[in-house]
Design a protein around this ligand. Sequence first.
Ligand SMILES: [Zn+2]
Length: 242
Amino acid sequence: MELIKESHQRLFPNKEFLYTTKLEYNRRLSPFNANITLHKNQIKINMNLEWKSIDEEIKIGLIQHLLLRIFKKKANTTNIDIYTNFTKNIHILTPKTKIDPHLEESFNKVNNLFFQNNLEKPNLIWGRNSKRKLACYNFHNDTISVSTIFQNQDTNVLNYIMYHEMLHKHFKFKQNNSRHSYHTKEFRQAEKLYPEYKKIEKQINSIIRSTKIKEALSLKKEKNILMPKKKKKPFNLLRFFK
Ligand SMILES: [Zn+2]
């Protein structure tokens, strides 16, 4: 049976399957990313090429996870469990090729202070110049990325942000009803172990504010530029954290 249909039937055994399907592997998505769209009874799933050689039972879990998202339902299946465990171990399959020296210095410092140097080094990159997404840890490519607004700031601010993302790598995530929770109670407790974290959070807020003011000033000049109309985005697997 076709994989999307099979996943749907195992997830909703009493429901009729009334869709056409399209499953595509491509290089447009980042490693181990995937997305889903439902349009006029067609379910379309794109998977990054890395998924092609992965066991079908894991892929069924991935597809079920995506189906639950698009149908806004909650459920748990053995396949979803298998997929979740797989996700937690993708870092083993991921080559570490992108390590920015500035971020590496911060990582090493935090690893030494808080993790007894036990945390395996992920890819470490600068992200976009974003004020909303300050940093993130991406399980699918084992990468911590940090907004460039912190590039020329106090080292301690950067280290605190690094610490938060390293905690994500350390704790991974908890799963219930196919939803993943990241900022668990134990996560928040560990986060508070960082010395003077309240003071640093204030510093972060003021960095965001001053970046916004600078941007507002430069945007004023570009007011007349035509902005392209935004297309509806497919639900995407990738998650980003603070
Ligand atoms: Zn977070």
